[in-house]
Design a protein around this ligand. Structure first.
Ligand SMILES: CC(=O)N[C@H]1[C@@H](OP(=O)(O)OP(=O)(O)OC[C@H]2O[C@@H](n3ccc(=O)[nH]c3=O)[C@H](O)[C@@H]2O)O[C@H](CO)[C@@H](O)[C@@H]1O[C@H](C)C(=O)N[C@@H](C)C(=O)N[C@H](CCC(=O)O)C(=O)O
Ligand SMILES: Nc1ncnc2c1ncn2[C@@H]1O[C@H](COP(=O)(O)OP(=O)(O)OP(=O)(O)O)[C@@H](O)[C@H]1O
Ligand SMILES: N[C@H](CCC[C@H](N)C(=O)O)C(=O)O
Ligand SMILES: [Mg+2]
Length: 485
């Protein structure tokens, strides 16, 4: 609970329609359906609707005050600011008393690898007998208590509220994925990051960002947000093999720790051996060199392990603990997840939904596949259309046979999405099976011993969004069902 007047001390400029010395705020809400008696409702002009149109309903649900960008004819204190979206994280942070100042916060950004890296870091803290908070694509969890999330990086209220919970649970660190959408919209403003990690940048989200430069700029904001207070030990951990690393480096005033595959980096991997059941390499850290024998697959996983190792190292976790996790981790659900079967087929469910990630996983499959490679893949609706033909081209180039199907078509026609994928294609080693279940069945029916089937795009997802409907769908369960038939 907070006194409204005290909360507003954090906003330098606003207008009010009445005096409100005694107004007590119990919660802050941006969705009128969540408003309870005593809430402060903040009207946000969204991409779809203008939250101001729900102000009256928020009042009817008991809002004690409303923060808006214009006057409203409603009988509660109305606080008017120029930009409610910008004020939202400031108020959320003040309402929950800046929880991220109370524990170390690690943010991971980049096109691919955020979930993989955050989970690895979490595992390292846990192996070190420390308490953790985690926020990302799959879920929010505090130690082992799980809360579902709608976004990879939730809105400022959900975030600050979660951090407050983490503070109460006395976590030793919080680790979170920071999406470019979140950075662009200021969802993480007020988060006191101690370590920021950059994985890589490749094409995605050009439905949202006007260009790759805008996308990169959004990513760089995480590094600018590390601030320039040298009294605190803050670090930017950057993949120096990625062509965007220089831009990201220039965005931060804090020390940069680099990782990569050459001895120019602070953390580097050499003598890498990609094997059918994992990867081995020598991990060089500023302290010592250790041999890693990991079950994770592919060169991209080496990068993820380097990023996680650097973040853990600068969180004072011993190399022996880091090695223990890298040697034993089995990875994240839906990320290069093998599905056991007795037909001698290698079946892998993976979350590759960008050209770069699809190329990375298919290249990895190629290193060990003794038979033919099948890939079942589609592209999400209402998302970057320009990645569609690129993903189809990569599928046909690296696989022997591609089966193009639906991902989450959302409001688009599944046929039109697949048409965008295949119309510029010159290759003909593909087949179109619109229904994802039938597509998986088609791949399993055609595959023989020693072949590998990669089911890409949906990974951990347990649903398929078709139009407005969210249907139950789990690539792992569907594949297992056909493997048992
Ligand atoms: C494009 C985008 O970022 N959209 C986000 C945005 O939605 P929006 O602007 O469309 O909101 P809106 O529906 O117009 O509503 C405006 C305001 O009215 C309020 N409202 C709305 C309806 C109502 O009945 N009552 C009401 O009060 C809403 O709560 C909101 O405050 O604000 C919402 C609330 O914070 C987010 O959930 C929503 O994410 C949607 C679900 C989404 O798909 N986002 C994707 C693009 C996204 O953010 N992805 C990234 C990264 C993915 C990755 O890692 O690759 C992520 O972090 O998840
Ligand atoms: N470092 C990496 N470089 C390239 N591809 C990767 C890397 N790590 C993982 N991938 C591929 O990208 C897919 C998604 O990985 P992950 O979920 O870790 O990324 P993410 O950045 O969290 O994605 P999202 O933006 O959807 O949250 C994996 O299933 C794998 O195919
Ligand atoms: N965070 C990504 C996930 C994409 C996953 C893919 N299955 C899809 O639905 O396009 C997005 O929302 O763009
Ligand atoms: Mg993720």
């Amino acid at each position: 609970m907070k006194n409204l007047k005290n909360l507003l001390k954090h906003i330098p400029s606003f207008q009010i329609n009445s005096l409100f010395d005694d107004v007590t705020i119990n919660s802050i809400e941006i969705d009128h359906r969540e408003v309870k008696p005593g809430s402060l409702f903040i009207c946000i002009k969204g991409f779809t609707v203008d939250g101001h149109q729900y102000a009256q309903s928020a009042y009817e649900n008991g809002a004690a005050a409303i923060l808006a960008e214009r006057e409203l004819d409603i009988e509660v204190p109305i606080i008017i600011v120029k930009d409610t979206s910008h004020v939202l994280p400031i108020i959320a942070n003040a309402f929950f008393d800046s929880p991220t100042r109370k524990f170390p916060l690690i943010g991971v950004t980049g096109t691919n690898g955020k979930t993989s890296v955050t989970h690895l870091i979490e595992e390292m803290f846990k192996r070190n007998q420390q308490k953790t908070g985690l926020i990302g694509t799959i879920e929010m969890r505090i130690n082992d208590h799980v809360t579902p999330v709608k976004n990879t990086t939730p809105d400022a209220i959900f975030l600050q509220k979660s951090f407050k919970e983490m503070e109460k649970e006395k976590v030793d660190a919080a680790i979170m994925e920071v999406s470019s959408h979140a950075l662009d919209q200021g969802r993480v403003h007020g988060c006191d990051f101690d370590i920021a990690v950059f994985t890589n940048l490749s094409q995605d989200h050009l439905d949202y960002h006007p260009s790759m430069d805008h996308y990169l700029f959004a990513k760089s904001l995480l590094f600018a947000q590390l601030g320039n207070d040298y009294k605190q030990r803050k670090f930017a951990i950057i993949n120096m093999d990625d062509s965007s690393s220089e831009f990201i480096t220039r965005a931060t005033a804090q020390p940069v720790i680099s990782y990569g595959l050459t001895d120019k980096a602070d953390f580097y991997a050499v003598n890498i051996e990609l094997k059918a059941d994992g990867v081995t390499f020598d991990l060089h850290t500023p302290a010592e060199t250790v041999k890693i024998n990991s079950k994770l697959m592919g060169l991209f996983s080496v990068y993820n392990m380097l990023a996680a190792a650097a973040a853990a190292y600068y969180s004072n976790i011993e190399i022996s603990v880091i090695k223990d996790v890298l040697d034993n981790t089995t990875g994240v659900k839906g990320r290069f997840q093998p599905i056991a079967n007795n037909r001698g087929i290698g079946l892998i469910v993976d979350y590759a939904h960008t050209p770069d990630s699809l190329e990375n996983v298919l290249t990895t499959v190629k290193t060990f596949c003794k038979g033919q490679i099948f890939v079942v893949v589609g592209c999400g609706g209402d998302r970057d259309k320009s990645k569609r033909p690129q993903m189809a081209g990569i599928a046909c180039e690296y696989a022997d046979k591609a089966i193009f199907t639906s991902d989450n078509p959302r409001s688009e026609s599944p046929e039109a999405i697949i048409d965008d994928m295949i119309s510029p294609l010159e290759a003909d080693n593909y087949q179109v099976v619109i229904d994802r279940k039938e597509a998986i069945q088609a791949a399993i029916d055609q595959a023989k011993r020693d072949d590998v089937i990669l089911i890409a795009g949906k990974g951990h997802e347990t649903y398929q969004i078709i139009g407005e409907r969210v249907l139950e769908f789990d690539d792992v369960k569907v594949a297992k069902q056909f493997l048992e038939d």
